[in-house]
Design a protein around this ligand. Structure first.
Ligand SMILES: [Zn+2]
Length: 263
């Protein structure tokens, strides 16, 4: 899928988690719902850091472009080192390592650890990166016609405001994990979820997605998971724009209302 569909599905998924959490008796304070939905919308772009033309690889100028090249090389080496006889030959690392559940868990756990030990600046950093991505993903072309610097400023301002709001007592820095020292531990959850939702979105497209790696399926370790061929669509096709995106909006809206106890 393309950036906007990935981001929308990420936001909708977190709002759905909010509804489930409310039903399970761990209702999210509204700042957790809002910050989590935006983080998840941003994190749902992150797996494409292995692809030069992807939104995320252009989002932070030379820094993300450089990182993209490194990630592509690492992904390709891991692919070559772990492929089984049934896995095809490849020439690059796109849709390999960063499109697996292992990667999703690793970056989520990394973000949680950083947020717990790194204090306010770590939380601000995580929020900033994901707010910039959320703006790029959700506003898409509108963000593209403005300058990168404007998008960064918008990301920085919203990160600053959200960090302050979350920090107020009762606003959710200790949501779900309430022991002392575990504030912001939950920040990794929307990041894991965003990456997984991205992988599922890619799995629906023609090429599938090797989410299960390194668990082998038959003669393949990078088995491209997906529905039967006839049910797949091409990235950016009308199905994505006219069917999936409105569905994500509707589900996200319903999830949000349920999470806040309105319905
Ligand atoms: Zn992807």
């Amino acid at each position: 899928m393309m950036g906007p569909a990935h981001s929308l599905s990420g936001a909708a998924a977190w709002l759905g988690v909010g509804a489930a959490a409310a039903a399970a008796g761990h209702a999210m304070p509204w700042p957790v719902l809002v910050a989590g939905a935006l983080i998840c919308a941003g994190a749902a772009l992150a797996p494409d850091l292995d692809h030069k033309a992807a939104t995320i690889s252009r989002a932070f100028g030379p820094i993300s472009r450089g990182l993209c090249e490194v990630i592509d090389k690492i992904s390709y080496s891991v692919y070559k080192a772990t492929k089984k006889p049934g896995d095809p030959r490849r020439t690059g690392g796109h849709r390999t390592l960063t499109h697996t559940w292992v990667w999703a868990v690793l970056i989520g756990a990394g973000a949680s650890a950083l947020a717990m030990v790194g204090g306010r600046w770590a939380v601000l950093g995580i929020l900033f990166v994901h707010m910039v991505l959320a703006v790029e993903g959700l506003l898409w072309r509108a963000a593209r016609v403005s300058s990168d610097v404007l998008v960064w400023l918008l990301g920085a301002a919203s990160a600053w405001i959200l960090a302050d709001v979350l920090h107020q007592p009762g606003n959710g820095s200790d949501w779900l994990f309430s022991a002392p020292g575990q504030e912001y531990l939950w920040l990794g959850l929307p990041i894991v979820l965003g990456a997984l939702v991205h992988d599922i979105g890619d799995a629906l497209t023609v090429s599938g997605c090797p989410i299960l790696w390194p668990i082998p399926v038959g003669r393949k370790r990078w088995y491209p998971i997906g529905p039967p061929k006839g049910m797949r669509f091409r990235a950016g096709s009308w199905v994505e724009l006219k069917v999936l995106m409105p569905v994500f909006m509707l589900l996200g809206g319903m999830g949000g209302l349920a999470a806040l106890g309105v319905i």
